[in-house]
Design a protein around this ligand. Structure first.
Ligand code: HCA
Ligand code: CU
Length: 375
């Protein structure tokens, strides 16, 4: 596998996530989140700009001063004032962005590509006086002509910054497009490459993965994917994408903390963890149809590409339905201390299927029926 074993997660629940419709984190919650992300093991934590509000600035200073293992970044506009605030409040790095697509340049700052490079140069020269990492990102990368992009990234790389960023701001990019553009950027810069992708088109995780394959070194994620609109690549989903390929890619993270992390953010922003969420969703490790349950009971890897135990989760094998199979029934009987012959298990399965055609069953119905065999 030529995926880099070393890539970094830029966890942006405390920046992009704060832009989620129902997110209003208190300072205490921000601290709790930063500590929890650090315990999980993300390499970077991105915070809202200190220019956003006085409390945002104070919280940046507090979190950057906690002595976490993760580096603390703040996300700023390409303005000298914002950069000054970031430096003054102790950020370990600045994630700067500037809109480069025609759509956003027109609607936002009205500058030409040359003017924008000049402005970035001034801010970068200021920040470079300090021991602060610099990343420059083109907002709306995937609606910016490639020539313009390469011109900007080349210029930024020549200024000696740590990273350039590609942002699929409107969630429009496809995995193939992301691969091609990251590849093209990889060829003209020597610095690291970050990718940030929104999920409007349902490709956030696939795009982040594609970026990694093409040579990106830093991937933006947020817990549950919270962010503007329907958000960005979720931390758990991206972890799932990598872990299904090779567990070594995620071995350095404390994966058993993921469920608590997802639940905590769901509570803070007042949503439920979606039933079909990666790893932590209610049904992520549920098996139902007879063919599946038989194989899973023989060898979990048959239908599980992720080991639930690695994430502190348990598999469930549903028995109380018409798709049930006799292996699952025999297994449930064993759990109850009832030994069934194959013929008995098959007979119990037939009775259960007939019953399930009449009404919705629950686990107690199954157990009752099995106890009849024990008598
Ligand atoms: C936004 C900005 C951003 C920035 C991403 C980045 C985006 O729209 O609020 O700095 O790489 O999606 O473009 O989140
Ligand atoms: Cu974004």
């Amino acid at each position: 596998m030529d995926l880099p074993e070393r890539f970094s997660l830029v966890e942006t629940t405390l920046r992009e996530g704060e832009q989620f419709a129902t997110a209003h984190f208190t300072s205490e919650q921000r601290l709790t989140i930063a500590r929890a992300l650090d315990a999980f093991g993300v390499e970077y934590i991105e915070l809202t700009s200190p220019a956003a509000s006085p409390q945002s600035a104070r919280d940046l200073a507090t979190i950057a001063g906690l002595g976490l293992k993760a580096r603390v970044l703040t996300h700023i506009r390409c303005h000298l004032d914002d950069a000054r605030l970031a430096v003054e409040h102790g950020a370990h790095g600045v994630n700067m962005l500037f809109a480069t697509s025609e759509q956003l340049r027109r609607a936002s700052h009205g500058r030409t590509i040359e003017e924008l490079i000049e402005q970035a140069q001034m801010v970068i020269n200021y920040v470079k006086q300090y021991d602060v990492e610099i990343r420059f990102s083109c907002e709306d990368t995937f609606r910016t002509p490639l020539d313009d992009l390469l011109k900007v990234y080349r210029a930024m790389d020549a200024l000696g910054i740590e990273r350039v960023g590609l942002a699929d701001t409107v969630g429009i990019a496809t995995p193939r497009q992301v691969y091609d553009v990251v590849r093209a950027v990889r060829e003209v810069v020597s610095c690291d490459i970050e990718f940030h992708g929104h999920d409007d088109g349902g490709c956030a995780i696939a795009n982040a993965y594609s970026a990694l394959e093409a040579g990106a070194t830093h991937i933006d994620v947020s817990v549950l994917g919270i962010g503007e609109r329907n958000g960005i690549a979720p931390l758990g989903g991206f972890i799932a994408r990598l872990a299904t390929l090779d567990e070594r890619l995620v071995a350095r993270y404390n994966l058993e903390l993921l469920s608590d992390l997802d639940q905590m953010i769901a509570d803070f922003v007042g949503v439920q963890i979606p039933f079909n969420n990666y790893i932590t969703g209610a049904t992520a490790f549920s098996h139902k149809a007879g063919m599946h349950t038989k194989a899973v009971l023989n060898d979990p890897r048959s239908y599980e590409v992720l080991d639930p135990a690695r994430f502190g989760r348990k598999r469930t094998v549903a028995v109380a339905h018409r798709l049930t199979g006799w292996h699952a029934i025999a297994e449930r009987a064993r759990e109850l201390g009832i030994v069934l012959s194959e013929a008995q298990a098959r007979a119990a399965a037939s009775r259960l299927k007939a019953l399930a055609d009449e009404r919705v069953l629950d686990a107690d119905d199954v157990d009752e029926l099995l106890f009849e065999y024990a008598e």
